[in-house]
Design a protein around this ligand. Sequence first.
Ligand code: HEC
Length: 222
Amino acid sequence: MRYFFLIYALVIVFVISTFGFRGDKFKKPPIRIFPDMDEMDFVKGQKPSEFFSDGMGSREPVAGTVAMGHTVGVTAESELNGFANKETYLHTGNFNGTNYGKGFPEELELDRLENVTALVTRGQEVYGFKCAACHGASGNGEGTIKANGFVSAISNLRDSKLVEGNIYDVVVNGRGNMGQQGRDLPLYDRWAVVAYVKMLQASAKADYSNPKIKEIFDAGSK
Ligand code: HEC
């Protein structure tokens, strides 16, 4: 027991002489077992920094940044990627509020093949995350929503007789048990999914006994 007190006293002396009293000030940096984020690189306003290769601490604004209180000019591209609500066929899918249009708006410039490919490719993506759960991957109306009994009847898009402008309108505004999808999809994505629905219909009607057609569809479904 004598030794215990002796060792105890020595330990206290050792600890205090190594670490000092609480609140003491040292010249050396403290021992930190868990440094957390006590020290890290940071940028001082308007000062250079070695962190970035150009040596500037402050960064340039991201391309396309619009200062508060300013507006940007509308380009053809920004219109397609936006949610504006104008009266033209591009925005409504119909003419004069009455007749649904057949075909795609000229703004999409589908006279160029690469634009058609890009539109349908995007349409396939949009269909996958926005429509397939209800209408099924092939468009036959047998998606997981029906399989789980949430909605009993869902249109088979492969048989739909609707023209492009009308499909666009259903996508944007919804119908019956189908809710509006337009608020989540910019103009381009809406027309893209319309194009993809038309593709599904074309594939449903395709004559697979024709070897040329079979070859095209087999290549596309890989
Ligand atoms: C919540 C499930 C659901 C989702 C998601 C959904 N639909 Fe529908 N859709 C329906 C139902 C149900 C109907 C039938 C509505 C009615 O006529 O009462 C329908 C009808 C349609 C019609 C009309 C078909 C016809 O010939 O009358 C089109 C076109 C259509 N949907 C396209 C789409 C597209 C494209 C998407 C994705 C952007 C989509 N739907 C997303 C459930 C859905």
